[in-house]
Design a protein around this ligand. Structure first.
Ligand SMILES: N[C@@H](CCC(=O)N[C@@H](CSS)C(=O)NCC(=O)O)C(=O)O
Length: 302
């Protein structure tokens, strides 16, 4: 047993510097200079087992002002309880985009915390108290998040960046070793490719990236790692488009609750997506009649 442990330790010692040096060779930056969180910055990552969604809680520990990124409707009570226990004041409940796979928790949280304001990108077309635009800053206490436009999965996708903490919340634009699908809801692979390369891969290699979902149990990545190992985004644009057009993923389970089918149908791109959406629509109509979609008001009431 001791032997195995020793071997495992020396193995991880030999691999890590290789990764770091590969990354620093490709960009000229040193991955080994890890950016630590400031002592007055609180960070928590929460997980929804149902939709594999990450919700992030960030706060200024002195002023107690907090933000939640991508809260989930069914888990609003969990998030509220944590805020209460940590004695935090939720200033903003924000979304990276209009989600197709879960209903946002912002409406419920606003009901529980009257001072809380909802935030989403103006380009999403969704309703919220604050509609942010490229270059806007979301300020909580002494901390702030820069809003970077990263359309492609949806038109209104944004990435929120904390330069001081060296972190970015990429929503569904960039997933760990993958990316958001582009086969519905205004999806456009070329746009997504450009967004990642111009807005995310231009951040320093040692910035940590936190996605809105992971389906394999991974929690965090870095710009440097994704530039080396992302199976889709390390390809050329043409290769990337080919990959994205042939993913053939099943639609998210909740899509029928999020989108009125007529709107979804209109905004699907390409014949293949349109055909699939027709089939899906026929299938779902037996479950979701439009006038029975009780969650839609929450989707609109960010
Ligand atoms: N199986 C899940 C949905 C999985 C899925 O489609 N995820 C989306 C993000 S939520 S719209 C995605 O972009 N995935 C990309 C990928 O490569 O997996 C469900 O049934 O809800």
């Amino acid at each position: 047993m001791l032997c195995v442990l020793r071997r495992a330790t020396s193995h991880s010692r030999s691999i890590l510097p290789t990764i770091y040096s590969l990354v620093s060779t490709s960009s000229g930056r040193k991955m080994s200079t890890q950016i630590s969180f400031s002592p007055d910055f609180l960070f928590r990552q929460f997980f929804d087992r149902e939709s594999c969604t990450y919700t992030y809680l960030l706060a200024d520990v002195n002023s107690k002002e907090a933000v939640l990124i991508d809260p989930v409707f069914e888990l609003a009570e969990r998030d509220f309880q944590i805020l209460k226990e940590l004695d935090l004041k939720l200033k903003y409940a924000m979304n990276t985009h209009v989600h197709a796979d879960h209903v946002t928790g912002t409406g419920v949280l606003k009901g529980m915390i009257p001072e809380c304001r909802s935030v989403i990108a103006k380009s999403s077309g969704a309703r919220a108290d604050i509609l942010v635009e490229p270059g806007s800053s979301v300020v909580f206490g002494r901390h702030s998040l820069e809003v970077r436009p990263t359309p492609g999965h949806t038109n209104g996708c944004v990435t929120y960046v904390s330069h001081e903490q060296g972190i970015a919340f990429t929503g569904d634009t960039l997933l760990i070793r993958g990316c958001g699908r582009t086969d519905f809801q205004e999806g456009c692979p070329k746009m997504l490719y450009n967004s990642v390369h111009s807005q995310i891969f231009t951040l320093p290699d040692n910035f940590k990236l936190y996605p809105a979902h992971d389906y394999k149990g991974l929690t965090v990545t870095t710009v440097g790692e994704e530039k080396l190992y992302n199976a889709r985004l390390t390809k050329t644009m043409d290769e990337f488009v080919q990959i994205m057009e042939n993913l053939n993923l099943a639609y998210p389970k909740k899509i029928g609750e999020i989108f009125p089918w007529d709107k979804f149908h209109e905004t699907s791109r390409g014949d293949k997506a349109l055909q699939r959406s027709k089939l899906q629509r026929q299938h779902n109509q037996s479950f979701y009649r439009k006038d029975e979609v009780s969650h839609v008001p929450f989707m609109q009431q960010y």
